[in-house]
Design a protein around this ligand. Structure first.
Ligand code: 13P
Length: 233
C-alpha cells in the first residue's frame, strides 16, 4: 500500500476537483490518495479521497491578511497540509524554522503535515544533497511530532521532466530513512516527488523506502493521475 498525493499548485477549478473525485471513486485501489488543491476547493466532500492544503500560515489567527491557518484547513474537513514546498521556499521565503513552526501548527490542529525537503541544482552540483536533507530533517521536524510524512523533492527536478536516477533516489531515501530512525521517527512514510508520471511511477515506488509519491503536473487530470495510482498495489 502506497501513499499517492497530488499537489495542484495554482491550478484547477471546483468542477475539475469534483470530476477528479468522481473518477477516483471508481478505481480499485488500496492506496491512500490525497489531493492538495487550492484553498478555495478544500471544503469539498471528497469521499474516500483525503484533501490537504498546500501551505498554512505560520500564525494561528490575527491581523495577517491573506493567510489561512491550520485550524481553518482542519475546519474544512481537510486532513493534511504540505509544509516547506520548494515553491513556498522560493517565492515566499520559507525557511526550515518557518517549516517547523508550520508543522507544529498543523499537528496541533489535527492535520498531518507533509514536510517537504530537497536540494537545489547548485546544492546538488556542490555535493551537498545529503547535507541539505539532514539539515532539513533536523530543522523542520518538531520535537516529539506524533505524526508526519516526509516528501523528498529534489528542487531541480520539479516540473522539469527529469528525475534523479533510480540509484540516486535509492541512496537519498535510504539516507532519509536512516536519519529518521536515528531521530526516533522510524515509521515515518517517505514520499518521492518531482516529475513523477505514469511511465516512471511504478519503478520509483519499487525502490526501498519510497512509500509513495507527491505528484504535481500529472495529478491534474484523471487520465494522467489514475495510471500512477493503479501502477502499484
Ligand atoms: P511535478 O510533478 O510537476 O514535477 O511537481 C512536483 C511537485 O512539486 C509536487 O509537489
Amino acid at each position: 500500500m502506497k501513499i499517492i498525493a497530488g499537489n495542484w499548485k495554482l491550478n484547477g477549478t471546483l468542477h475539475a476537483l469534483r470530476h477528479m473525485i468522481d473518477a477516483l471513486d471508481k478505481i480499485d485501489t488500496q492506496n491512500t490518495i490525497i489531493i492538495c488543491p487550492p484553498y478555495t476547493m478544500l471544503c469539498t466532500d471528497s469521499g474516500r479521497i483525503s484533501l490537504g492544503a498546500q501551505d498554512i500560515s505560520i500564525h494561528s489567527n490575527g491581523a495577517y491578511t491573506g493567510d489561512v491557518s491550520a485550524q481553518m484547513v482542519a475546519d474544512c474537513g481537510a486532513t493534511y497540509t504540505l509544509v516547506g514546498h520548494s515553491e513556498c521556499r522560493q517565492y515566499h521565503g520559507d525557511t526550515n524554522a518557518d517549516v517547523r513552526a508550520k508543522a507544529s501548527h498543523a499537528i496541533a490542529a489535527g492535520l498531518t503535515p507533509i514536510i517537504c525537503i530537497g536540494e537545489t541544482m547548485d546544492e546538488k552540483n556542490a555535493g551537498q544533497t545529503m547535507t541539505v536533507i539532514e539539515q532539513g530533517l533536523g530543522e523542520c521536524i518538531p520535537d516529539h511530532a506524533p505524526r508526519f510524512i516526509v516528501a523528498y523533492e529534489p528542487r531541480w527536478a520539479i516540473g522539469a521532466g527529469i528525475t534523479p536516477t533510480h540509484d540516486e533516489i535509492a541512496q537519498t531515501h535510504q539516507f532519509i530513512a536512516e536519519t529518521l530512525t536515528r531521530m526516533g521517527f522510524a515509521q515515518t512514510p517517505i514520499l518521492y516527488g518531482a516529475s513523477v508520471n505514469a511511465h516512471n511511477a511504478a519503478d520509483i515506488m519499487s525502490i526501498p523506502h519510497v512509500d509513495g509519491v507527491l505528484v504535481g503536473g500529472a495529478s491534474l487530470k484523471p487520465d494522467d493521475f489514475i495510471p500512477i495510482i493503479t501502477s502499484v498495489k
